[in-house]
Design a protein. Structure first.
Length: 250
């Protein structure tokens, strides 16, 4: 893409960075000059991503991080190298009709996607307020703004992330900590490409006004903008990248 934001001298911590969008975000930030700390539970996968970033000329280190374990999370973030950008990305999904959702599935999704994201932001803010502040970017979803069947714990968690983003932005502005969110629409990733090739996937794509899926690269500019001083007067914002899905008709 024909844009470039220089993040040289900055360090970003990305949770859920062992694959998918998290790994993509890490590569994007590293390509813009940031040092990246790859957080996640799968150390071997994190190290593979770090190696690929280093091979491309970037700087990356792996950090064992489990957002569902509060004490271990706090210790890991406290011991991490200094960082001034957090990409709060770790999340899971459990698919089931609402009437069939189990308590364990509900707890797993909410504990990871909402509680874990709050604890991650809180631990990061404690580090950031000791220096010159920073930028926290929460990865939400259009399902936090619009309804979708079969994923009620996920949708509720992402709605919570959006409200959390706004409250934290209000409280932490005094520390020069900006808190914003990106709400992706349906994206084509290695984990879901098979579904999009099914009749159900094709039908869902037809409901997107642009009649296509998004690509991870189409999240790059919002990510880099929110990570950089270019957005220094933005906090509490939710940037939807969804091909117009949120404004589609009933």
């Amino acid at each position: 893409m024909a844009f470039y934001i220089d993040l040289a001298g900055r360090t970003a911590l990305i949770s859920g960075a062992s694959g998918g969008l998290g790994a993509h975000f890490a590569r994007t930030l590293a390509a813009a000059g940031a040092k990246v700390i790859l957080g996640g539970r799968r150390i071997e996968a994190l190290e593979a991503v770090a190696s690929s970033i280093a091979a491309a000329g970037g700087q990356a280190v792996a950090l064992g991080l489990d957002v569902s374990d509060p004490s271990a999370l706090a210790e890991a973030v406290s011991d991490a190298p200094h960082f001034d950008i957090l990409v709060n990305n770790a999340g899971i999904v459990r698919e089931a009709a609402a009437i069939a959702v189990t308590e364990s599935d509900w707890d797993a999704v909410i504990d990871t996607n909402l509680k874990g994201m709050f604890l991650m932001a809180q631990a990061a803010a404690k580090r950031m307020r000791e220096v010159d502040g920073g930028s926290i970017i929460n990865i939400a979803s259009i399902l936090g703004l619009r309804q979708g069947g079969g994923v009620i714990p996920y949708a509720v968690s992402k709605a919570g992330v959006i409200q959390m983003t706004k409250v934290l932005a209000l409280e932490w502005a005094r520390f020069n900590i900006r808190v914003n969110a990106i709400a992706p629409g349906y994206m084509a990733t290695d984990l879901n490409r098979e579904f999009w090739d099914t009749p159900a996937g094709h039908a869902l794509i037809k409901r997107i006004p642009m009649h296509r899926l998004g690509e991870p690269s189409e999240l790059d500019l919002p990510l880099l903008m929110l990570a950089s001083p270019s957005s220094s007067y933005m906090t509490g914002s939710v940037v939807a990248v969804d091909g117009g899905h949120l404004v589609s008709t009933l």
